[in-house]
Design a binder for this molecule. Structure first.
Ligand code: ZN
Length: 442
């Protein structure tokens, strides 16, 4: 098909963006009801729109390639990792000669040399090392992360950029967040408009803690090869201590894995279970979930499509959560995750903590880490008393931890805390402190 190849100021060859123009310069049954086909959307994508990709791994490589080929030319990428030889099967922007180099740098170089006009700017950094001014410059942020903590931090950062005037959210302060995630043959893609739609913390219950097999299954009724390996890891190793009394199981020590593997085979034979291999043994011991290239490709494609839809306003974005599963056949399902009224990240109201005055601070700490809706990692708790800031407990600095540790055994009453008192809690899962209100139960 011949279409006018002129794209304005850019020195592109004729028809370069034909595949994109088909979506932006003519109407169709699926377009956004308010969208007027024109050449402006493409110009905006090519020249103005600034995208941030978080992560340059399995999802990140796919995302960068998809975005660059969709006409986005102003892309920044943040990744703190260096390339490992085991990445090369799926992280296709990397070659054997790149092993040891920063992923962000190599990915950016590859895209920049391969896609003319595209400018990817890399940051070999942790997301926590960049500040609000940095994040505020982007139109859209896409996450291809393998860590829930990092996702939550990013979510918290975008929530902290929101501007409220008299309680009303200023829509121009919203930066859409597209989040992709994969685990083996399963994945998800979601679209978050911070402050408007469900955020990562609103749906924390969807990220359950590590799955463990029930102990009774492991001990007496194994059915899977994994059960046999867990039996050896959890029960047999501490009992037999095959490498000496103080030697704990090291997933990177081949002799240890070999021992667990042999014992697991014996256990499996006893119950006529097949499928125990050395590789599986190491996978179970080290909690490895193999990365699957096709899952990454499908999820990254879905995420890049959402970026395209939002940047061009040509189509309605995903509303708002898509799950994908290709374990057995292929299955996708989309639902609208709902905002949680009392979400500790995005609700703007301090969550209540219900404790009796005789509860110990340790119980509050345990609640903050174990509650499925909060799931903090190493909360630091402070409060204001008589106009002064008081640190009740802080783990991350050894000297303060030592000084505040005795507080954990004290009751809330002994610590001088009152009903309705606000506790400010800092944690690695968020860049901002989270406010909680203490509600005494009798
Ligand atoms: Zn929320």
């Amino acid at each position: 098909m011949l279409v006018d190849g002129d794209t304005g100021s850019t020195s592109d060859w004729d028809d370069r963006w034909n595949h994109i123009k088909k979506f932006l310069e003519r109407s169709g049954p699926f377009m956004h009801p308010d969208f007027e086909p024109s050449t402006e959307s493409l110009q905006f994508m090519l020249e103005t729109c600034k995208i941030l990709v978080i992560g340059a791994g399995g999802l990140g490589c796919e995302l960068l390639k998809n975005l660059a080929l969709s006409g986005f030319r102003n892309i920044h990428v943040v990744d703190m990792d260096t390339i490992d030889v085991s990445n090369l099967n799926r992280q296709f922007l990397f070659r054997a000669k790149d092993v040891g180099r920063p992923k962000a740098d190599v990915a950016a170089d590859f895209i920049n040399s391969r896609v003319p006009g595209c400018c990817v700017i890399p940051y070999f950094k942790k997301i926590q090392d960049l500040d609000e001014t940095f994040y505020r410059q982007f139109h859209i942020i896409v996450c291809g992360l393998d860590s829930i903590v990092a996702r939550r931090w990013m979510n918290g950062m975008l929530l902290s950029l929101l501007v409220y005037e008299d309680g009303v959210l200023d829509p121009s302060s919203i930066i859409p967040l597209i989040d992709g995630g994969t685990e083996g043959f399963k994945g998800n893609a979601r679209v978050i408009f911070p402050g408007m739609t469900a955020c990562i913390d609103c749906t924390l219950e969807l990220y359950p803690p590590q799955i463990n097999f029930p102990m009774c299954t492991i001990a007496s009724m194994p059915r899977l090869p994994e059960h046999c390996i867990e039996y050896v890891r959890i029960l047999l190793w501490p009992k037999e201590m095959p490498f000496g009394d103080d030697v704990s199981l090291d997933g990177d020590d081949p002799e240890h894995i070999q021992w667990v593997y042999q014992k697991s085979l014996e256990r499996a034979a006893e119950f006529s279970i097949t499928g125990v291999t050395y590789r599986l043994t190491q996978g179970v011991v080290k909690r490895i979930i193999p990365a699957v290239a096709s899952t990454n490709a499908a999820i990254a494609a879905a995420c890049a499509t959402e970026v395209f839809k939002i940047a061009s306003s040509a189509y309605l974005p995903l509303n708002n959560y898509m799950v994908f599963n290709d374990v057995d056949g292929l299955y996708t399902y989309t639902f609208e995750a709902e905002r949680k009224e009392n979400c500790s990240a995005c609700s703007q109201v301090p969550s209540d903590l219900h404790f009796s005055p005789s509860s110990k601070l340790q119980e509050v700490l345990d609640y903050l880490t174990e509650s499925t809706s909060i799931q903090m990692k190493s909360p630091a708790i402070t409060t204001t008393m008589d106009g002064k800031n008081k640190t009740l407990y802080l783990q991350s600095v050894a000297s303060i931890e030592q000084r505040t540790r005795p507080n954990l055994a004290k009751t809330l009453k002994e610590l001088g805390l009152a009903d309705g008192q606000e506790l400010a809690v800092a944690d690695v899962t968020t860049p901002q402190t989270v406010l909680f209100k203490l509600c005494f139960t009798s």
